[in-house]
Design a protein around this ligand. Structure first.
Ligand SMILES: Cc1cc2nc3c(=O)[nH]c(=O)nc-3n(C[C@H](O)[C@H](O)[C@H](O)COP(=O)(O)OP(=O)(O)OC[C@H]3O[C@@H](n4cnc5c(N)ncnc54)[C@H](O)[C@@H]3O)c2cc1C
Length: 192
């Protein structure tokens, strides 16, 4: 039996899901850095799979507006890159359909609108008008509703993964469709 092939990378990302694929994409843009992304693809049959991945479906909400400013920033920065990533890879994954946040708690609404204003987002308090705008919604009468018509919507997670992996490969990242079973300290002098 021949010895397994040995290869050294500057960075190995384990898990080729949404975060791992994005990490490999961005790391692969660092000059003179070799990157390898390791993880199994979406299973053809899910039953009996040992490893769980939460990107094997068609819908994830994405939005800017949040009570926490850090999440606002992360959301805004991610959304700002979606169209460029689609253009670069030819993989469509984002639909800008808007985003509605519903709460029964008035202080949550106030807090959300305050952050919205501070961040310069365009969300509106539609508590008094949502019944006209979305007549098909069945919400409690005391619901408060915040509506962001732009910079929010939904993505297809499996396509986002494809887009990030495509972009990573454009920058020479390697993708190995394998399961990592062991992580050992490096014996290589240059990569401790
Ligand atoms: C039902 C549901 C609804 C959600 N809705 C939203 C939403 O609307 N908006 C939102 O922003 N977020 C949502 N999330 C959360 C979002 O999907 C996760 O935050 C995101 O997928 C996390 O990405 P991840 O890469 O960390 O994990 P995953 O996407 O799960 O990827 C992990 C990857 O690691 C791989 N892996 C595991 N072990 C190994 C191993 N030993 N070797 C190699 N590979 C391995 C798996 O195969 C998998 O591909 C939702 C999650 C779920 C489950």
């Amino acid at each position: 039996m021949s010895a397994p092939e040995e290869k050294i990378y500057d960075l190995i990302v384990v898990g080729a899901g949404m975060i791992g694929s994005a990490a490999a994409h961005h790391a692969s843009q660092i000059p003179n850095t070799t990157v390898c992304l390791v993880g199994p693809p979406e299973p053809k049959v899910r039953k009996g799979q040992d490893i769980f991945g939460c990107w094997f479906d068609e819908g994830r909400l994405c939005y800017q507006i949040n009570r926490n400013k850090i999440w606002c920033n992360l959301g805004a920065k991610s959304l700002a890159r979606f169209r460029d990533l689609e253009k670069l890879t030819g993989v469509k994954f984002y639909t800008e359909s808007g985003y509605a946040y519903v709460t029964l708690d008035k202080s949550t609404l106030e807090n959300l609108m305050e952050v919205n204003q501070k961040c310069g987002f365009e969300a509106q308090d539609i508590t008094n008008s949502w019944k006209n705008i979305f007549p098909f919604l069945h919400l409690p009468d005391n619901a408060s509703v915040v509506w962001q018509s732009v910079n929010g919507g939904h993505i297809i997670p499996r396509k986002l993964v494809t887009a990030h992996q495509t972009a990573a490969q454009m920058c020479d990242a390697q993708i190995l469709h394998k399961i990592v079973s062991t992580v050992l300290p490096s014996k290589c002098d240059t990569h401790k």
